[in-house]
Design a protein around this ligand. Structure first.
Ligand SMILES: Nc1ncnc2c1ncn2[C@@H]1O[C@H](COP(=O)(O)OP(=O)(O)O)[C@@H](O)[C@H]1O
Ligand SMILES: [Mg+2]
Length: 331
């Protein structure tokens, strides 16, 4: 079985809201897979169906070949989840919370204690093992959420916006930790609306909007779908652009003393542009090539600016999301 996640026509309705609208997605074992989409796209719902927190309204989903409905326990046992919302037992030291968590996954107590220590070391908060969750700083809470997902040594690690609102240093730290895990063979499903995060980490990205899959591709492939912008500054403003005709250039405009051209690959067309301008008597004094960003492609596909995530659309839905008791919910 080479698929970590496979869904076919997956649907989930909340009353009139189609949170998932026929989503078919495959994630291969060992992949670092990104789920990208604006707020409300259905990312968290997708995850909640995978881990059995909500039942689906149609279609099928399996994790390592185990149907998430019919073989809920087998599917769930392979997954470590760091949910978007903190849902942690606040009355026990965090080390104990991890031991409980390992217990849900059937790990004997002595081993669970060791795993808990290991997980806390991995995320860098071992010295806080006797603290309660509430006593941790915001950044440490994020680290703890990752530790809790790791304590069962999952084959599939699901991270729902793990870096939303965290500072740059912690973000890079978390990136390093999960990159190492992926290098060691853990399949990773990460949701984010930070484009840079997807670009840096993911082998493949699915862009979601309105409960549907808009596209699946590698970050490089996605970026190749947009145009680079080539800006050539001239010593004196050019009169007209009508004479500029270079293969693969999609558009040419004049902006003051600068010729602005767009093309799939800026570096390929820049020399020919310079030659043509030179032939017309213009001297190029400066050149700048801006690569397409994944963000531009994302905006083109979803109409959303991405990048900003503060998770403000998530509010009081937690109770309903937990139709089914999950290991991540306190006993
Ligand atoms: N428990 C719920 N009850 C009602 N509507 C919900 C619930 N959970 C999610 N939704 C709605 O489903 C859609 C998808 O939400 P969500 O999966 O949280 O998106 P994302 O994680 O991509 O921001 C949104 O319109 C959201 O308001
Ligand atoms: Mg979400």
């Amino acid at each position: 079985m080479s698929l970590a996640i496979s869904t076919t026509d997956l649907a989930k309705n909340y009353g009139d809201v189609r949170a998932l609208d026929g989503l078919s997605l495959d994630v291969e074992q060992g992949e670092f897979f990104g789920l990208l989409g604006p707020n409300g796209a259905g990312k968290t719902t997708f995850i909640n169906v995978l881990v059995g927190l909500v039942g689906n309204s149609g279609g099928e989903a399996s994790v390592f070949g185990h149907d998430v409905d019919d073989e809920y326990r087998r599917a769930r046992s392979r997954i470590g989840l760091a949910p978007q919302e903190f849902n942690v037992d606040r009355f026990f030291p965090i080390h104990e919370v991890l031991v409980h968590q390992a217990g849900y996954h059937g790990i004997p107590k002595a081993e669970a204690a060791e795993r808990a220590d290991d997980a806390l070391r991995t995320v860098g908060i071992y010295e806080k093992r006797d603290s309660r969750f509430d006593w941790l700083s915001g950044g440490m809470k994020r680290r703890f959420m990752l530790a809790r997902a790791l304590v069962s040594d999952p084959d599939l690690l699901i991270l729902d916006e793990p870096t939303a609102g965290v500072d740059v240093e912690l973000r890079h730290d978390l990136w390093d930790i999960i990159t190492d895990l992926n290098d060691d063979g853990t399949t990773i499903l990460l949701t984010t609306h930070y484009i840079e995060e997807a670009e840096r980490l993911c082998d493949e990205v699915a862009i979601m909007d309105d409960g549907r899959k808009v596209t699946v591709a590698s970050p490089d492939e996605l970026m190749a779908r947009g145009n680079d912008t080539v800006r050539l500054r001239l010593r004196e403003p050019p009169a007209t652009v009508s004479d500029i005709d270079v293969e693969r250039v999609e558009s040419v405009e004049i902006d003051g003393d600068t010729v602005v051209a767009t093309a799939p690959t800026g570096g390929e067309v820049a020399p020919a542009l310079i030659r043509q301008l030179d032939r017309q008597g213009y001297t190029v004094t400066d050149i700048d090539i801006a690569r397409t960003s994944l963000e531009e492609v994302f905006i083109a596909l979803t109409g959303d600016s991405g990048g900003g995530g503060d998770g403000d659309s998530e509010d009081s839905r937690d109770a309903e999301q937990r139709e089914r008791t999950s290991p991540e919910v306190s006993p």
